[in-house]
Every structure is written in C-alpha cells, then in structure tokens.
Design a protein around this ligand. Sequence first.
Ligand SMILES: NC(=O)c1ccc[n+]([C@@H]2O[C@H](COP(=O)([O-])OP(=O)(O)OC[C@H]3O[C@@H](n4cnc5c(N)ncnc54)[C@H](O)[C@@H]3O)[C@@H](O)[C@H]2O)c1
Length: 340
Amino acid sequence: MIPEPFRAAIIGGGRIADNNHIPALKALTGRVEVVAVCSRDQTKARALADRHNIPHAFSDAAAMYAVAAPNLVVICTPNKLHYPFALQALEQGCHVFCEKPPTLTAHEARHLADVAAGKGLMLGYNLQLRQTAEWQLFSRCKTEGRLGDLYHIKASFLRRRGIPGWGYFTNKEMQGGGALMDLGVHVLDLALLAFDYALPTQILGNTYDVIGKAGGKGLMGSWDPAQFGVEDACMAYLSFANKASIILSASFALNQQADIDRNLELFGSKGGVRLFPFVLHTELAGELADVHFPYLPDTDIQLKNTEAFVDACEGKASTVCTAEQGARLMQVVEQIYGQA
Ligand SMILES: NC(=O)c1ccc[n+]([C@@H]2O[C@H](COP(=O)([O-])OP(=O)(O)OC[C@H]3O[C@@H](n4cnc5c(N)ncnc54)[C@H](O)[C@@H]3O)[C@@H](O)[C@H]2O)c1
C-alpha cells in the first residue's frame, strides 16, 4: 500500500519559508502535501499561501492545528520562537523540521529531543551544508579511510561587513546571539559531525562587538550601533578527550580581505581536506599530492535536506541533523558563550 503523503504546515512565513522550504516541500510530490502556512500577519500568510498554491493560511497556530490537521511542521520563525513552536508541534503529534539554530539554550534543545523521543516523533534541524557535494565527498573519503584519524579541524564562517541591516539579527533577546548563533552553527555542526558528535572536554572562547558597536560601512545594509546587542565575531578553541581539536571562527564583521570566507579544513593522519573548493591533500606514489574534483555536482542542498528529513520521518536512513545532535550543538554553543 502506498503511504499517505505527510500533511506539512509552515510556521513563520518569511524569507527562508518562501525561498527555501516551501519550494523544497512542493518538489516532494507524493511524499508531502503542503496544507497550511501560519505566520504572525494573516494578510501576509494568505499572500504567501496563494503564491505557492497552499490551501490554508493562519495567524494562530492553535487554529491551524484544529483546521488543517498537519502531521509535519516546518518552523521558520525568528530563533526565539523555535522552541515554543517546536514543543507545541510535538505535543500536537507532528514531526518537526526546525530552522537553525535549534533553540536559544541547551536546556530547550535537550527538552525538545526528550519530548520527540518520548513520543516517537522525528525532530530535525535545517543545517543544510551537510548536503553539499563537498561534504558528501568528505564523508566518503573519511569512510574509505583516506584521511586516517582526523585530529584537527579549522571551521570558519566569516563575513567582512555582513551585519544584516534588517530583521532581528542584532537583537540578543530574539536571536540569542550574533555571528555564532547565525553563521557559526553551520560550520560547527559539520566539525562536530566529523568527530561523530563527541562533546569537547575543554572550550576557550571569545566574543567581540567592536565593529558592531562602533558602526561603519556595511555590505548587507546598515545597522544601528546603538541597538547592536550581539557579538559581531566569535573565536573558539574546542579540545576533545582524545586530544582532537577544533578552531572555530564566525563573524558578521571582521576587518579581513574577503567579503565572505566560509570553509572547513579537516586534518587527518593520512590525508587532509579543504572543503570549498574541495581538495584532498595526500601522498600518492611516494609524492605529496593535491587531488581536485572538477566534476562535483551542483546540488540543491535545501531540497536534499528536506528530503533527508522526510526520509527520517519515513524511518529510512537519513543525513539530517537529529534532535540529539541539535541538543549537543546547543550545549557547545552555550559553553562557548559561557566562556567568552
Ligand atoms: N538554514 C539557513 O541557511 C537559514 C537561512 C536564513 C534563515 N534561517 C533561519 O530561519 C529563521 C527565519 O529566518 P528568515 O530569514 O526567514 O526571517 P524572516 O524575518 O524573513 O521571517 C520570519 C517570519 O516569522 C514570522 N513570525 C514572527 N513571529 C511570529 C509568530 N509569533 N508567529 C508566527 N510567525 C511569526 C514573521 O512574520 C516572518 O514572516 C531564523 O531562525 C533563521 O536563523 C536559516
């Protein structure tokens, strides 16, 4: 018997819902049917629903559950609302695919993981860099033993002057933090995944708000230095029980050359990888060699990550960031902030 498609609802009808999640869900015809949008403003929710040919639009989540009866909910609200909406969706018996960062605190993410496990529901987070062809290739190199034992990772997501001039990005109460919460979590997720999500035993971290508070030229709109309440940069060193280590750096603003520098370098006993563009540093025929992969596919990483989440809901093997990994990620993030 062919299973019924999931009845998906979106909570939070902003940019990421409109540009990423709804198109990805819509592409999974037969597996997912998008039944409702719920956003703060009813008129905007209706307009978004109409644009994507979605039957229901709400401004009240309780009404959405009562009328549209979804069994899969995608949370695309500002960070602070991830937790209450995810908890409500789980309590309503829905699988939950939530935007990053998972929550504002480690306690919230742990509680969500416990509730999801207790109810046998899937909770996953949209950390979609996992779906890049480069990360998939890294994973294969690791599994095939081409890297030997990994022992050090440099993970960075650095913008030169990318303090967003819109939304809540500089609002600590709504976002929970700045560059680390917004950008750093993407590369931290990959670095922790490379170490099988072991937790570090020691963390050193520093946060800065020098440029954010001083003001200046912006490349992503202009921001108000008087309202700047988050870190514009975060640098951290994570050390693990087996002496493995991660150097993590994230910035909205840093006086560096590149407008944007998002990369991971992963170093092992037999080989190393630079992720973007992918290069394998190794020894070949008795010589040092850099191996390039010019034919990597250009992947729709949102579609692949949404598909991975739906796979998980269907009980299939999946590469999506799990509730447990999300809880560990927030534990590390909280520890970095606690140190800084
Ligand atoms: N994975 C990624 O690469 C990525 C990229 C961008 C954004 N995000 C995440 O997605 C989330 C949303 O970001 P965005 O850029 O779409 O923001 P946005 O401001 O464009 O959209 C947020 C939406 O939530 C709605 N909203 C606010 N309060 C609400 C409430 N109480 N009930 C219902 N809806 C409410 C707003 O009306 C708005 O439509 C953030 O957590 C952000 O970190 C992730």
